[in-house]
Write a protein that binds this ligand. Structure first.
Ligand SMILES: C[C@@H]1O/C(=N\OC(=O)Nc2ccccc2)[C@@H](O)[C@H](O)[C@@H]1O
Length: 476
């Protein structure tokens, strides 16, 4: 600044010096990310190709369903135990009312199959500590409910039978366990929490041993200081789980590094195999995901994961959810839609109807979603581009037709469009017109008045050498 000031006083001018930022100091970490960049093994490639997933939140919270003593809880139904109107003991006594007589995992898996999901994430234990499997490490499980039987095993079996992979959701935070602590302040806290850490390790190894076909673990309830301070323990537990279950997929929410950094370590590197930060939100552009794999988990109402008697506010439509799905896959992510089954084991009508609508669309358009990845095309207002790692085709997922009726496409340079046709039926074809360098209009050959989002397939190829089409860049 001084130089600039002197020069300006002398009437000179100082061009901005290219200030090279000092080399970013790498912090030596024992418990940070153990891998840079994406996992490139077959198990992760399978996860990357899913596109569409189902989340299931089911447990004791499904019984009150957001209502207690006739009053409605205005938070997320699965958090009702924390409501000041609810005594923890009274909530925990719900175990004696858990008896989903109409639970039929095959019917859930059939709904998921028709919907077109490739994987399901199911709550084995949510924050309330109630286990949907007969864990040997606590009495607070289905085994001691009127239902008595294991829920997770039959669910895993039913979904595996449909060819839908299973990821097990596990909450580290466990409100029922007396050794759970939000922070470690005293020696007694530390003694109790050490017991809790062993309990957590025992349950996780138990789940991986009982349900070996599970492809991954979706961790939650890991944001409190007590767990954030367990960098070394969590790191060695993650290593132990991966050794017990080669290929296991674990997201960025499980553990913090030794400086308490979560999701991304102190050097900005992703912890775990994919970013788990997109809860009820979707990245806007590809740079928001930093080249990582990621999933977006989404509720149908604003914020209800467990079954809630009445849904407040806006309930997302099938078209909204399809657009979220398209946006996620177009930005290299998976879209995971949540279902909150009723206490009797049935699914609510609104969820069944949305699953059907999404499934009907997926039946026609699934090749644009499965194996989808970022296409590298400039985003256009009419919708989303997805490139298929399987077909190598480019898919245009159209949600907003311009008044001109013509869809603009700017291809990565030197890529020409050879052919364009509708996925709904190849007869609905389109003509591509080159209007500029690597820029095209896609003209429908007939009036398109679709009622649903639709997909145009682009077959592309290398522009002939030297074919500049006479488009000279302006000299500025
Ligand atoms: C999928 C959801 O995951 C949760 N929480 O996720 C969070 O990401 N919580 C959060 C996010 C930012 C800061 C602190 C907590 C749970 O509390 C909720 O009941 C549901 O299971």
């Amino acid at each position: 600044i001084i130089i600039t000031e002197c020069c300006s006083l002398l009437g000179g001018s100082v061009y901005a010096q290219e200030v090279t930022s000092p080399e970013k100091k790498i912090i030596q970490l024992q418990h940070g990310a153990h891998r840079l960049g994406r996992r490139n093994d077959a198990d992760m490639a399978r996860w990357r190709a899913y596109g569409l997933g189902q989340f299931i939140h089911w447990g004791l919270y499904s019984i009150p369903a957001g209502e207690w003593n006739g009053k409605m809880y205005n938070g997320a139904a699965e958090w009702i135990r924390t409501w000041k109107e609810v005594s923890p003991q009274a909530y925990d006594s719900l175990i004696y009312r858990f008896n989903p007589t109409k639970f039929n995992p095959d019917s859930w898996a059939a709904v998921a199959k028709q919907m077109g999901v490739k994987y399901v994430t199911i709550t084995t234990k949510h924050h309330d500590g109630f286990c949907l499997w007969p864990s040997k490490f606590t009495d607070f499980t289905v085994a001691n409910s009127p239902y008595k039987k294991d829920i997770i095993g039959p669910l895993v079996k039913a979904y595996d039978k449909q060819g839908i992979d299973v990821i097990l959701y596990f909450s580290v935070m466990d409100w029922h366990n007396p050794d759970w602590r939000y922070d470690i302040k005293t020696r007694d806290d530390s003694i109790a929490f050490n017991r809790f850490k062993q309990f957590t390790r025992n349950q996780l190894l138990e789940l991986l041993t009982q349900y070996p076909s599970a492809k991954g673990l979706w961790f939650d309830g890991t944001w409190d200081k007590s767990w954030v301070k367990q960098a070394a323990f969590a790191d060695s537990l993650e290593t132990e789980m991966r050794k017990l279950h080669p290929g296991l997929i674990i997201g960025s929410r499980f553990r913090a590094d030794e400086y308490g950094k979560r999701h991304f370590d102190s050097n900005g590197n992703l912890m775990g195999d994919y970013e788990q930060g997109w809860e009820r939100k979707i990245p806007e552009k590809i740079t928001d995901v930093h080249g990582n794999d990621w999933d977006c988990v989404m509720t149908i109402p604003e914020n209800q994961w467990g079954y809630a008697k009445t849904w407040q506010g806006h309930i997302k439509t099938a078209d909204e959810l399809l657009e979220m799905l398209a946006k996620c896959v177009s930005l290299d992510g998976n879209f995971v839609l949540n279902f909150g089954p009723k206490p009797d084991g049935t699914l609510r009508a609104e969820e069944l109807s949305l699953a059907k609508a999404i499934g009907d669309w997926m039946t026609v358009n699934k090749e644009a979603i499965y194996n989808g990845e970022y296409a590298g095309f400039i985003k256009q207002d009419w919708g989303y581009f997805i490139k298929s790692t399987a077909s190598n085709k480019i898919y245009m997922l159209v949600f907003n037709i311009p008044v001109s009726g013509v869809l603009r496409v700017a291809t990565p340079s030197h890529m020409a469009i050879r052919k364009a046709y509708g996925l709904d039926n190849a007869a609905s074809n389109y003509t591509s017109e080159e209007i500029g360098s690597s820029t095209y209009f896609i003209h429908p050959n007939q009036q398109i008045t679709p009622k649903k989002p639709f997909v145009i397939v682009l077959e592309t190829g290398e522009e002939a050498k030297g074919q500049t089409g006479g488009y000279e860049k302006a000299k500025t």
